[in-house]
Design a protein around this ligand. Structure first.
Ligand code: IYR
Length: 226
């Protein structure tokens, strides 16, 4: 589009170019900041203001999405009774997963992480946020229509949520109780919404532990053609 074009539905992109040095220094500092992020399962019960959770959800919702349908619903819960109900249902599903359903190859990679069916984090953390993926959308007429790339879109939005939580000095955990159907029921979401992730959010406990693990090197995660 050239100057003076006035295609309806489009506005001019506001883009402020940064000096090359500042680009590099921002790239380093953002990488270092994100590299300090760790996933812990041990949360403090300390309160977190609702405004911070709302801002993390707003940040997540800036994610690009298929046909800009933003096919996600973030349900945030601080209500203790509701968290207790969710914990009970998650633990009952996870008990059968760990005791009966877990395939050997899965156990092989999971056991070093020390996870089990006990999910203290669901009731310890001041907030839990459940991401629901909308496989369909409702037209204003009430009629249903598809969404596109909803898995990818919700994955990206969840990544931004995790980055926002880390950036504000809090921590979260990507918990995937399996199967997750109970969340739709307990939280009263419609049939076309599918729980994808349950993320406790809060401060880490004073004695929080994390697995002693390394991240893959650039060479291991990339291939670059110049
Ligand atoms: N959903 C279970 C199991 C689990 C699976 C993977 I892959 C993990 O990285 C961690 C846990 C649970 O949340 O305990």
């Amino acid at each position: 589009m050239g100057e003076g074009d006035d295609e309806s539905g489009f506005i001019h992109l506001e883009f402020a170019e940064l000096p090359a040095e500042e680009m590099l220094s921002r790239a380093h500092s953002f990488y270092e900041h994100m590299d300090n992020r760790r996933t812990t399962r041990h949360f403090s019960e300390r309160d977190v203001p609702r405004e911070l959770i709302e801002l993390a959800i707003k940040t997540a919702s800036t994610a690009p999405s298929g046909a800009h349908l933003q096919p996600w619903t973030f349900v945030a819960i601080s209500n203790p009774e509701l968290k207790a109900r969710i914990r009970e249902a998650a633990e009952s599903e996870e008990k059968t997963f760990y005791e009966e359903r877990i395939p050997e190859a899965w156990e092989e990679v999971l056991s070093p992480l020390g996870t089990d069916h006990v999910k203290d984090h669901i009731t310890d953390a001041p907030w839990i946020v459940v991401v629901f993926r909308q496989s369909q959308r409702q037209r204003p007429s009430g009629e249903m229509a598809p969404t596109y790339y909803s898995q990818e879109s919700c994955g990206i939005a969840s990544g931004l949520f995790i980055a926002a939580i880390h950036n504000m000095g809090l921590t979260t955990l990507t918990h995937t109780p399996s199967p997750m159907g109970f969340l739709r029921e307990i939280l009263g979401r419609p049939d076309h919404e599918h729980a994808m992730l349950l993320m406790p959010v809060g401060y880490p406990a004073d004695d929080a532990k994390v697995p002693d693990l390394n991240r893959k090197s650039l060479d291991e995660v990339s291939e670059i053609f110049e």
